[in-house]
Design a protein around this ligand. Structure first.
Ligand SMILES: *[C@@H]1O[C@H](CO)[C@@H](O)[C@H](O)[C@H]1NC(C)=O
Ligand SMILES: *[C@@H]1O[C@H](CO)[C@@H](O)[C@H](O)[C@H]1NC(C)=O
Length: 485
């Protein structure tokens, strides 16, 4: 639905802009100028408090419905319960970003890949966090959830999905230490006839080191995993196997996951997390015999529906552009190469070396795209220039380019597009440009890293409503428009 309003808005743009036809080449000029701006109804980017119900059934292939945990369509946001504030969401987002950057810097440090400067920064971050900042210190949680089935008989579990980590885990009875409140009944291994513990001596157990960053422990010969996330959330429990059910016809025996006995943190009312990273223990690798390490998703806007997470090539859309995954550092993250950015049709004067030195990952769980400082400063200056007719609004947490649009019904905003390796261009939809706290505080949804060395992250606000395809076996990332329709 949100996508439809975007489409509607872009046809608006053809009718809307008015120009003085002074010059003989005015028509040509109009074409250029129009195509560099989105002219949209303000309401099309404002959050809504009502859920627009899914208008379509699920697509082909093995497709799970994706909803925004913070949006009105989430069952986890019950009436009367206070959700996270936008400031809290942004604070958690920064914790996740710090954690990702620390983890990647640590890998670089171990692999002797980067300069001493990076390793110093790694140590500096290490000292100000309570987490052991070793490679693998994992991530804060993302904002999108899906429901899968585990066990026999199958129990439905709603999990956060995360392309930035690998181990799938859920809270498990008897919750030897702590379980946080979750909406569904907590998974009870003793009522599943197909559950088994994984032994300490198995190779799968030693695989936890790369999947979680932590060496496994052993408890009466059962393998014990531990995983921490950026905001000091964690899960510790038995490493186990059970039947995984994605759909009636997609059932996987012996799926390895964490059966969490001590779980704490900001997982909302979900039952845990599903890890879509590149490690051999991720769900992508464990289901590769059937799905060929190929998955796709569309992340709906906060008010939208029709999001999906689809495994296998069958459900994939056509009309995609592909950019090769960049050489990776470590086993989890998906690296891509940004070559340039343009704002309002103007290619920003950023040396491609800036992006190359920092590197970029695409991540389903980071909300706001992070850029090297030099790149962000350039984008911000150009964006502000094009938006100068609109009154500014106060900063919103880490967002420093906000506007008060409460006096407007229609706004004209510069288009933003990313040029990726492989001669591909992604033009962001209007919802992908802003993080919106009502009409009086509409903020550019980008932030700088504070330096030019830390990894850039292409975040989920920018991915909204797009079809995003991870062809992990083919080593390329695909994207297209209108993925949630
Ligand atoms: C799994 O291992 C734990 C710890 O050793 C034990 O308490 C539990 O009963 C085991 N579960 C099964 C089904 O074997
Ligand atoms: C909106 O318009 C009113 C009336 O003209 C004016 O007083 C107010 O300052 C404007 N607000 C903004 C944010 O531009």
């Amino acid at each position: 639905m949100a996508t439809r309003s975007v489409l509607l808005s872009s046809s608006f743009l053809l009718i809307f802009l008015s120009f003085s036809l002074e010059k003989s080449n005015a028509l040509e000029g109009r074409k250029t100028i129009e195509s560099n701006f989105h002219t949209i109804q303000l309401t099309s980017i404002l959050p809504s408090s009502s859920c627009k119900p899914s208008s379509k059934g699920k697509r082909g292939g093995t497709s799970l419905e994706v909803i925004n945990k913070h949006g009105p369509c989430s069952q986890l946001n019950k009436k009367g319960e206070k959700g996270q504030t936008l400031t809290e969401i942004l604070a958690h987002d920064q914790a996740r970003v710090d954690s990702i950057q620390t983890r990647i810097a640590a890998q670089n440090f171990n692999l002797f890949r980067k300069t001493e400067k990076t390793s110093k920064k790694y140590r500096a971050k290490d000292s100000k966090t309570t987490l052991p900042a070793q490679p693998g210190t994992a991530l804060s949680t993302g904002n999108y959830i899906v429901t899968i089935g585990i066990g026999t008989p199958k129990k439905d579990l709603t999990l956060i999905f995360d392309t930035g980590s690998d181990l799938t885990w859920t809270q498990c009875e008897p919750c030897f230490k702590t379980c946080f409140p979750q909406q569904q009944p907590i998974f009870n291994p003793s009522s599943s006839s197909t559950y088994s513990n994984i032994s300490c001596s198995s190779t799968a157990c030693s695989g936890l080191k790369s999947a979680t960053g932590n060496n496994p422990l052993c408890s009466s010969s059962t393998c014990v995993y531990g995983i921490q996330y950026g905001d000091s959330s964690f899960s510790i429990g038995f490493f186990a196997k059970d039947k995984l059910t994605l759909s009636a016809t997609d059932v996987f025996d012996g799926f390895m996951f964490g059966c969490g006995q001590d779980n704490k943190g900001l997982f909302g009312k979900t039952a845990g997390l599903i890890g879509l990273g590149r490690d051999p223990l991720s769900i992508v690798s464990q289901t590769s015999a059937k799905f060929g390490k190929y998955f796709s998703y569309c992340l709906p806007t906060r008010r939208g529906s029709n999001g999906h997470l689809t495994f296998g090539k069958n459900g994939a859309k056509s009309n995609l552009q592909f950019t090769p995954f960049a050489s990776s550092q470590g086993t989890s993250f998906y690296f891509i190469d940004v070559l340039g950015i343009s704002v309002g049709g103007k290619a920003l004067a950023i040396s491609p070396m800036v992006f190359k030195n920092a590197g970029t990952i695409i991540d389903s769980g980071t909300v706001i795209t992070r850029l090297p400082s030099t790149a962000y400063a350039n984008m911000r200056a150009t964006f502000r220039e094009f938006m100068s007719k609109y009154p500014r609004a106060p900063d919103l947490s880490l967002l420093d380019t906000c506007y008060d649009l409460s006096n407007y019904t229609t706004v004209s905003i510069p288009k933003i597009s990313f040029n990726f390796n492989g001669n591909t261009n992604m033009e962001l939809v209007p919802n992908g440009i802003f993080f919106v706290n009502g009409a009086s505080q509409v903020c550019l949804a980008f932030a700088g890293n504070g330096d030019d060395d830390s990894i850039g992250i292409f975040g989920n606000t920018q991915q909204q409503t797009m079809e995003i395809v991870y062809d992990v076996a083919g080593e390329k990332l695909g994207f297209g428009y209108g993925g949630c329709t």
